[in-house]
Design a protein around this ligand. Structure first.
Ligand code: GLP
Length: 226
């Protein structure tokens, strides 16, 4: 069981997680961060941009990407550039996204540097997914191509012109890969996330609720606002 820290506003959620990232990159300028997309971290990225931190030796790894043209306005590559990377002094060649060379990504994340990612920031889907590890994903999963669940396609259709435009497949880092991070922070925003978050943090640890695996990690912080 993990504590769900309830914050008073979305602004506080964003600044609390920004504080954790700021502390990490100042303590360790060579940090390797695993980063999320979705609507939840938008305020976090805005807050980090405003803080004008030094990102010049930081390396980032995104959690997941849709299988689609990376230049599409709704691709996660475009999202990260638009909301974050183009606004900070990070080197583009230090910003990594999963691609079909899944083993190479996995290797980059955990073997090549002979160390584990320092900090992984996560959101949570309404069905309990983390990254694009949908319900039923193995707790032993690594970076791979996945099919999105109907629920996720429906939830994410708000970003597209129509539900038919939502990609059906994605590449995601695995649950085991996520668990390899030294520290994990889970962010959830909105009443519609409350039930699944409580199920994940207080309920049974089961592959039916992928985020429940986080109960087994000894350095996880969970922040929620409604
Ligand atoms: C997508 C992402 C997840 C994210 C989830 C929640 O499905 N792949 O990593 O956690 O959306 O999104 P939102 O923050 O928009 O609710």
């Amino acid at each position: 069981m993990k504590t769900i820290n309830k914050l008073s506003s979305y602004k506080e959620l964003s600044s609390t997680v920004a504080d954790i990232i700021e502390y990490q990159i100042q303590k360790e300028p060579l940090s390797r961060l695993v980063l999320p997309t979705g609507s939840t971290p938008l305020g976090l990225y805005e807050e980090l941009v405003n803080r004008e931190l030094d990102w010049s030796s930081i390396m980032t790894f995104n959690l997941d990407v849709y299988i689609m043209n990376p230049n599409h306005p709704q691709s996660y590559q475009t999202f990260m550039k638009k909301h974050f990377f183009n606004k900070i002094n990070i080197y583009p060649n230090r910003c990594h996204f999963p691609d079909r060379n899944v083993e190479v990504y996995e290797q980059l994340l955990r073997i090549d540097f002979n160390t584990l990612p320092d900090l992984c920031i996560l959101g949570i889907g309404t069905n309990g997914h983390i990254a694009f590890n949908e319900p039923g994903s193995s707790f032993d999963s690594r970076t791979r191509v996945v099919s999105l669940s109907e629920q996720t396609i429906k939830d994410n259709s708000r970003f597209f012109d129509s539900i038919e435009d939502v990609p059906k497949q994605a590449i995601t880092i695995g649950l085991k890969t996520i668990m390899g991070s030294k520290k994990i922070v889970l962010m959830a925003n909105g009443k519609h996330k409350k039930d699944i978050l409580e199920q994940a943090m207080y309920g049974k640890i089961t592959e039916d609720v992928p985020a429940s695996i986080l109960q087994k990690h000894d350095n996880v912080e969970v922040f929620y606002c409604d």
